[in-house]
Design a protein around this ligand. Structure first.
Ligand code: SAM
Length: 188
């Protein structure tokens, strides 16, 4: 009996300790590296609407997926869509993979720099990236995307490419220009 109680206490303590360690890694990464804010539920709803207007789309890319929050929501809402989610941060991809495993979803999480990923099969590309990434990303997308592909950027947008639609999802005053505004682009 004592051995069973000892084993139980050992298992619970080990479990709690592992959970605490994971939480610590998550928090340290978030504080040190930053820029891991997930897309808000409001903006996600607007994104769902855009995706549902493109019924023939097969491949969706979240460029800079952080912990996979958005990618998981997209896959849940559109189970037939093939979702690729890319981030160059190993810690974030690790947590994203744990989440897909727990929620039993088939999402292709890749630890890579978005500039090293071939996007020629993308039908819809989504980004919620820092402003300075946008000029080189615009060049890459213009070079690689197939005709008709849709790009949706959140908050930050491209310097020269003109959006076909602009959806404001946050109506209060913000320090960030165009905070949570979705910019929709189409490759011609
Ligand atoms: C604001 S978060 C995006 C959150 C996610 N798209 C969502 O809505 O849930 C931005 C992410 O982009 C990643 N990132 C920034 N530059 C990148 C690059 N060149 N290659 C891969 N990931 C990048 C960062 O590591 C960060 O996790």
């Amino acid at each position: 009996m004592n051995a069973v109680i000892f084993a139980l206490i050992f298992l619970i303590t080990t479990g709690l300790f592992s959970f605490f360690l994971l939480w610590l890694v998550f928090m340290i990464d978030s504080i040190v590296r930053g820029h891991d804010l997930p897309t808000s539920p409001r903006a996600t709803k607007a994104l769902f609407k855009i995706i549902s207007e493109h019924k023939t789309a097969k491949n969706f890319y979240d460029l800079g997926c952080a912990h996979g929050t958005l990618a998981l929501r997209i896959k849940r809402k559109f189970p037939t869509l093939c979702v690729y989610a890319i981030d160059n941060n190993s810690v974030r991809i690790f947590f994203a993979k744990i989440r897909t495993f727990l929620f039993r979803q088939n999402i292709k999480f890749l630890r890579k720099d978005i500039f090293d990923v071939n996007l020629s099969n993308a039908d819809i590309v989504y980004t919620y990236l820092w402003y300075d990434t946008m000029p080189p990303l615009e060049k890459k997308l213009q070079r690689e995307l197939k005709q008709g592909a849709i790009v949706i950027t959140n908050t930050s947008n491209f310097p020269t490419w003109k959006p076909i639609q602009k959806i404001v999802t946050y109506h209060k005053v913000s320090k960030m220009p165009d905070f949570e505004t979705l910019f929709v682009y189409q490759k011609t």
